[in-house]
Design a protein around this ligand. Structure first.
Ligand SMILES: [Zn+2]
Length: 244
């Protein structure tokens, strides 16, 4: 489930993008419909477990997984254990503040969160905001602006698209540098649709990491793209079910 879950009770605590699920006893509902045991997990946590089990992070013990989709999700595995925190709400990497001053409001109630600069929605919003400064951009003619259309324009050298992905990379790298300093992970895995924009943002992201993170953990960490795509969450949920 994309949101905070109580894994013990099988209850969805808060799912900002699927509000109809708030407070719902999803495990019990599934068990009674399917006549099978069910477990509940946050989608980005499950994706982290999936990438560690069957994906790019196979054999690693401490990883951070960041899902760059409609929003920005996170999953943290430390010494082979999914880090859920005291209440199961840990790993909300998308809601780490990276801009406390001019911070754009976030659906979580805070502002300046990584999610408002590095998600698909953010890419579209930042493009709209910067549009007036780029009268020659081909994106002016695009009616239904999507993160993918902006990426494709950037690959053809559109200055507006390149600027948006540059900004996105700077914010993402700033957030990752903090995570690298705090957790000293072996690997950071970037998944979700927006990770497909890698060619446009990676350079700027890595530059921030090199400038901001301590030399020792920065030299150690590998920052890579996820391997399992949308299957990562399914594989992770299966693995967690086997383990339970
Ligand atoms: Zn937020």
């Amino acid at each position: 489930v994309p949101g905070t879950v109580n894994t013990q009770e099988g209850v969805v605590v808060k799912a900002p993008n699927v509000p109809g699920l708030d407070g719902f006893r999803l495990s019990a509902a599934l068990e009674s419909e399917l006549k099978l045991p069910a477990i509940l997990e946050n989608d980005a946590n499950a994706a982290a477990v999936g990438e560690a089990w069957q994906g790019v992070a196979r054999g690693r013990h401490s990883i951070v997984c960041v899902t760059l989709g409609t929003g920005v999700g996170g999953g943290i595995i430390l010494e082979d254990r999914l880090w859920r925190g005291a209440d199961g709400s840990a790993g909300e990497i998308g809601h780490m503040a990276v801009d406390p001053f001019a911070g754009v409001p976030c659906t979580c109630g805070s502002r300046g969160c990584l999610e408002v600069y590095a998600s698909a929605r953010a890419i579209v919003r930042m493009t709209r905001e910067a549009e007036p400064r780029y009268p020659d951009s081909t994106l002016h003619q695009t009616d239904e602006l999507t993160a993918e259309a902006i990426y494709l324009a950037g690959m053809k050298g559109d200055e507006l698209a390149l600027e948006v992905f540059r900004r996105m990379g700077i914010y993402l790298g700033t957030g990752l540098a903090s995570l690298i300093n705090i957790l000293n992970p072996e690997m950071v895995v970037l998944g979700g649709g927006v990770a497909n924009g890698w060619e446009l943002f990676a350079k700027h992201m890595l530059q921030q990491v090199m400038e901001r993170a301590f030399p020792l953990p920065a030299a150690r960490v590998e920052i890579v793209r996820a391997e399992r795509g949308d299957d990562a969450g399914l594989l992770g949920a299966a693995r967690l079910a086997f383990d339970s």
